[in-house]
Design a protein around this ligand. Structure first.
Ligand code: CU
Ligand code: ZN
Length: 215
């Protein structure tokens, strides 16, 4: 008598187990019939979708590190298979300043040290952007005029935006000598910003005929 509940449970378990197994097999059969034939066209389409999903436009808003006043906005737009990096930095001392993409977008350190070293890519040595060997993040120098303003316009054909998203752009107090290891002896970090995804540049609005200002 005492075995009966256990027996009933065993029967129920077996039946339910069998049912769920059958259901799983049914689902698998349906999946197989729903699956498109493995054709190359289907794969190409999937790859294209993946490619389109990669962001192509980025921006870094540079803010001063502790004790500095250097600010800027840098756009990074993927174009012709590389990155076009352009913008404006102000509050600089006149002359050249090292300008790099550093490994981390971590700006917790007030002096910018938590941004890490130069973004290396494939472990090359530090160098000029045009040299045979340089870090992926080596962008050379930007040069400030007498007003402390530097206009930035750099082509980096070796970069894609998704390589550098979430990393940081760093402006240094001194010039990058383009040879010293590991970072061109460019001195302290005076301005840092994380590279984020931006909206695509909007076509410049045509200048409308002068309107009466209402505000
Ligand atoms: Cu740097
Ligand atoms: Zn470097």
């Amino acid at each position: 008598m005492t075995h009966r509940p256990m027996f009933a449970a065993l029967v129920a378990f077996t039946v339910l187990g069998g049912l769920s197994l059958a259901a799983a097999q049914e689902r698998e059969t349906q999946n197989q019939s729903a699956r498109p034939p493995a054709k190359d066209a289907a794969h190409e389409h999937a790859d294209l979708k993946h490619e389109l999903a990669l962001p192509k436009h980025g921006v870094a808003v540079l803010r001063p590190t502790e004790g500095n006043k250097v600010r800027g906005v840098i756009r990074l737009d993927e174009r012709d298979g590389g990155l076009h990096i352009q913008g404006r930095v102000n509050g600089l001392t006149p002359g050249k300043h090292g300008f790099h993409i550093h490994e981390f977008g971590d700006l917790r350190d007030p002096k910018g040290e938590s941004a890490g070293g130069h973004f290396e890519g494939e472990g090359h040595k530090h160098g000029a952007p045009g040299a045979d060997e340089h870090h992926a993040g080596d962008l050379g120098n930007i040069e400030a005029n007498e007003d402390g303003v530097a206009m930035v316009d750099i082509r980096a054909p070796w970069l894609k935006l998704h390589f550098v998203l979430g990393r940081s752009m760093v402006v240094h107090a001194d010039a990058d000598d383009l040879t010293s290891q590991p970072s061109g002896a460019a001195g302290p970090r005076v301005s840092v910003g994380v590279i984020g995804i931006a909206q695509a540049p909007q076509p410049k609005a045509k200048k409308a005929p002068a309107e009466k200002k209402t505000n």
